[in-house]
Write a protein that binds this ligand. Structure first.
Ligand code: SF4
Ligand code: ZN
Length: 315
């Protein structure tokens, strides 16, 4: 197999591009995709400090490496969610990589900020899916961190497979509001909410896995232990099936949607008025934000169980 660009020995074949690449030419392909995504969507410049969420997974670790070697100013932040062995391993990988390449990293221990680890919270909040609770907590802590540290842009490693799966889910359930806002750039609706960007949104999981392999980028391969029932896995499987039959399907699906989004869904882009939470001061449409309401609920549950224990203890 020969490289489509330089005719040297190729190490991989990318069916959707009908191309084979040697490691050097794959790097050129990869960086063109990322640079185009950044420029076309005006995500950030090389002068602008970018806050980067690193979970320890292949996407965020590869994005960290990419931004660093391409000369961007990335400051990584890792949330230690307190999920036993999984969180220990993730943190170890992220901290080791930061040391190895001398990259700035901040670790935010969820438990030390809110008194509960994520599994402790999700065990108590049984009427909501784990990812919805965990996502809400991370969003809140992240916006607060970005605001306190003067970051205006936050990058994540979401890739084409993630975005196409989200799109499929939103279409299957006709989530017009979500469809109106699905984008590789989520503008900030309030000064205390950081702008979110996804520089890998045109790259597939397979391409990112190749990139990580070629550059010896360490990552945690296991899935988050709480994510088992996430519907997005089924959507990914369905899209993988279609991609196998017809390479390029995911790309056409997502990019085609993004081109048409405003034509079909602009009327659902209503502006919501955001005030500030009376407890924590972060943006919300309510008097007390959902994060603070959750914290109050957990604290009152704890008080009740302590009272019960004291009561039984005194009997
Ligand atoms: Fe949190 Fe769900 Fe992500 Fe796990 S998969 S870290 S529970 S949002
Ligand atoms: Zn609040």
């Amino acid at each position: 197999m020969k490289c489509t660009r330089c005719k040297q020995e190729a190490v991989m074949k990318l069916k959707r591009h009908n191309s084979s690449f040697c490691p050097e030419c794959f790097d050129i392909f990869f960086s063109r995709q990322v640079e185009q995504a950044i420029k076309k969507n005006r995500m950030f410049s090389r002068e602008e400090p970018v806050l980067l969420g690193v979970s320890g997974g292949k996407d965020s670790m590869s994005l960290w490496f990419y931004l660093h070697q391409a000369g961007y100013k990335a400051q990584a932040v890792h949330f230690d969610l307190g999920m036993g062995e999984y969180s220990l391993r993730s943190r170890e990988i992220v901290e080791g990589f930061s040391k190895q390449h001398q990259l700035p990293l901040e670790v935010i221990e969820v438990k030390s900020l809110i008194n509960y680890s994520i599994p402790e919270v999700t065990k108590k909040v049984r009427n909501r899916p784990s990812c919805s609770v965990c996502g809400m907590i991370k969003r809140h802590l992240l916006n607060r961190y970005a605001w306190d540290n003067h970051f205006s842009v936050y990058a994540t490693g979401h890739n084409l497979d993630d975005e196409a799966a989200t799109l499929l889910g939103n279409i299957l359930h006709w989530q017009d509001g979500y469809l109106a806002h699905q984008s590789p750039v989520l503008p900030s609706p309030h000064p205390k909410m950081v702008r979110k960007v996804k520089p890998f949104y045109t790259l597939t999981e397979e391409e990112i896995r190749w990139y990580a392999r070629l550059h010896d980028i360490p990552f945690i391969a296991e899935r988050c232990p709480l994510s088992k029932r996430a519907k997005s896995f089924h959507y990914k499987e369905a899209l993988d099936f279609l991609e196998e039959k017809s390479p390029g399907t995911k790309h056409m699906f997502l990019l085609g949607f993004l081109e048409r989004r405003d034509r079909y869904f602009a009327s659902n882009q209503e502006k919501v008025e955001l005030g500030e939470c009376s407890r924590c001061g972060m943006p919300t449409t309510l008097e007390v934000c959902s994060f603070c309401r959750l914290m109050e609920r957990l604290d009152s549950q704890k008080e009740r169980s302590e009272e019960n224990n004291a009561h039984h203890g005194s009997e």
